[in-house]
Ligand binder design. Structure first.
Ligand code: NAG
Ligand code: NAG
Ligand code: NAG
Ligand code: NAG
Ligand code: NAG
Ligand code: NAG
Ligand code: NAG
Ligand code: CU
Length: 561
């Protein structure tokens, strides 16, 4: 792609040619063909180009520096301690064009809390770059305070996602931010409003809450935030955005909560959903969208309701079917026509309180068929137990996942280890290019958002009740994504292809559950991993962690991921 090559480091380059984007979301390289009314085009590529076959060779490298610090914040008017990326929650948005190379330098300045860290780029395939996946205890040791780590990866997919810490509960202390990868879209829109994070929030820290989560169960949280802000009693302010009649807006929704499933809506407005996670879909209309933890939806909203009112509520409604929130009815923002945001008087669309998935609506734009599994289904029943210390622990296949910060899977692979501790919950997938079916099931009335690293998986079955041979599998273009709901007292059957060597974590994205051991890992194509791993970086970072954790007497009290 000559066009890109000429731009050099586009993060700092101006746009030489025409600039068809109404948004001020920089940086963005101009791409011939992609205009407001031809969003399906993308230079020599288009919405019909399958990222799994080929991606643009832009020759562009974008470089970012992210500094993590301990902070005091009051996003809803109530002060508490937290952690931030470059001083803000959410942190800065990383932006790239499809096919770019992205370098992210993470500087751990968490000197007050003395926390290690690692940064995971959620949903990115990390094709042949498993060692850049940023998962403590799997692909690296935590990076100690005072040190930094550089991650380099290719923007193989495009759309909306997020980065977040994969060390203890740090993501929900505030260490997260958006990732926008510009590419084609399945529907036109005028303006890109960027990321819209939906978070739950409490006036105690997640570390304080974890004690009760482990002993008496998931705590009732105080509040929630829309893109980092909300009100609480008389404090704080609401997220608000102005709409110009006739304009259509792209909004990139992310559920970044520790334990809240949301229904999202804007009163009286209809949404067009165009992508689920990093996969473009055939557009569908919705008035209410369900979003589980870790999931993303790209939605387009057209400003066509100025005749109804000037101010409308935007609502993130915690579903009480799976967790409790003390401010459930007031996690709201404002969409306004005119000059200023005023308190709306609009009413919510009807909905049924349930932690549902959008599966039935999702049809990937590029159609794919799932092949036959090379071997028997991998059965992963999920259950809970109380440990000898009287702590809740989750199990998959009767194993509570625990891996060690100081001895990540990749380090074990580099040492030629072939037998792993039972608690590492390793499933080996030695062969390339085979289909794997995984059946995750539960008899408990608790749903779980299941996230797999390194792949977009196919949701081939999902439902209530018991999974058996009578359940029909959807193999013809099922939803393809990186996070899907295991329904309460039900099953989720995922399929993926062994096309990406590495140690890939699969886990529940409820923060408490990840820490309580609801996780397992696939070691895919063991024999190919060593050649893809930068052993110097791995070993040096582990040596630094080892030194630090001894001198600071750090003790691991969770699953390690
Ligand atoms: C984040 O902060 C660092 C300084 O610590 C600065 O160099 C960098 O430009 C900032 N990054 C972004 C994306 O704002
Ligand atoms: C990380 O920092 C939090 C907040 O200060 C603290 O509660 C927690 O114990 C620290 N965790 C580790 C593993 O250092
Ligand atoms: C949310 O906040 C970020 C800055 O953190 C901003 O870039 C983005 O545009 C906001 N999203 C919306 C939909 O307003
Ligand atoms: C709208 O957002 C701005 C900050 O962007 C804030 O100052 C203002 O208070 C908000 N309005 C309301 C009604 O909360
Ligand atoms: C606005 O939405 C409410 C709730 O869904 C509905 O009752 C009302 O009829 C809508 N108003 C208009 C003018 O569409
Ligand atoms: C489940 O655990 C048993 C006993 O440890 C083991 O033999 C089996 O391979 C495991 N299966 C999966 C799919 O993890
Ligand atoms: C692991 O095995 C490879 C290939 O047999 C060998 O070259 C390498 O030295 C071994 N590494 C260790 C740490 O034993
Ligand atoms: Cu869970």
């Amino acid at each position: 792609m000559l066009l890109y090559g000429a731009l050099g480091v586009a993060a700092f380059a101006g746009c030489a040619t025409s600039f068809p984007f109404a948004s001020n979301l920089m940086p963005r390289a101009a791409c011939n063909g992609n205009t407001l009314s031809t969003r399906s085009e993308w230079c020599d590529y288009s919405i019909n180009s399958d990222p799994a076959d080929a991606i643009p060779d832009t020759g562009v490298t974008r470089e970012y520096w992210l500094e993590l610090t301990d902070v005091t914040v009051a996003p809803d008017g109530v002060y508490r301690s937290a952690m931030a990326v470059n001083g803000s929650i959410p942190g800065p948005t990383l932006m790239a064009d499809w096919g770019d190379t992205v370098i992210v330098h993470v500087i751990n300045s968490l000197s007050t809390s003395n926390n290690g860290t690692s940064i995971h780029f959620h949903g990115l395939w990390q094709l042949d770059t498993n060692d850049q996946d940023g998962v403590s205890s799997i692909t690296q040791c935590p990076t100690p305070p005072g040190e930094s780590m550089t991650y380099t990866w290719r923007a193989t997919q495009y759309g909306s996602t997020w980065y977040h810490s994969h060390f203890a509960l740090q993501a929900w202390q505030g260490i997260f931010g958006g990732i926008i990868i510009n590419g084609p879209a399945t529907s036109n829109y005028d303006e890109d409003l960027g990321m819209l994070f939906l978070n739950d929030w409490d006036h105690q820290t997640v570390d304080e809450l974890y004690l009760s989560a482990e002993t008496i169960g998931p705590p009732t949280l105080d509040n929630g935030l829309i893109n980092g802000t909300n009100t609480y009693e008389d404090g704080g302010y609401r997220y608000n955005t102005s709409f110009t009649s006739g304009t259509s807006y792209l909004i990139r929704l992310v559920n970044a909560a520790v334990d809240t499933h949301w229904k999202f809506m804007i009163d009286n407005h209809t949404m067009t959903v165009i992508a689920s996670d990093l996969v473009p879909i055939t557009p569908y209309e919705a008035t209410v969208v369900d979003i589980g933890m870790g999931q993303r939806y790209d939605i387009i909203v057209t400003a066509d309701q100025a005749n109804v009112a000037n101010n409308f509520w935007m609502r993130a409604i915690p579903q009480s079917a799976c967790s409790d929130n003390d401010n459930a009815d007031d996690i709201r923002g404002i969409v306004y026509y005119g000059d200023t945001a005023d308190t709306p008087t609009t009413s919510a669309y009807d909905y049924e309180d349930a932690c549902a998935d959008e599966t039935a609506n999702i049809v990937p734009y590029i159609s794919k068929t799932v092949g036959s599994a090379a071997s028997a289904n991998l059965d992963e029943p999920a259950s809970i137990m109380v440990s000898s210390e009287n702590m809740f622990r989750w199990m998959l296949n009767s194993t509570t996942f625990v891996a060690e910060w100081k001895n990540p899977t990749l380090m074990q692979v580099m040492a030629n280890t072939t037998t792993f501790e039972t608690s590492n919950a390793v499933v080996q997938l030695p062969n390339a290019d085979e289909w794997v079916y995984v059946v995750i099931s539960t008899t408990l009335a608790v749903p779980h958002p299941i996230h797999l690293h390194g792949h977009d998986f196919y949701v081939i079955a999902q439902g209530a009740g018991t999974y058996d041979d009578n359940v029909a599998l959807k193999l013809d273009n099922p939803p393809r994504r990186d996070t899907a709901m295991l329904p309460a007292s039900g099953y989720l059957v995922l399929a993926f292809e062994t096309n990406n060597p590495g140690a890939w974590l699969m886990h529940c994205h409820i923060g408490w559950h990840t820490s309580e051991g609801f996780a397992m890992q696939f070691i895919e194509q063991y024999d190919a991993i060593a050649a893809l791993t930068n052993n110097d970086v791995l070993a040096n970072n582990c040596a630094a962690w080892s030194l630090f954790s001894k001198s600071a007497s750090i003790e691991q009290d969770d699953s390690g991921v």
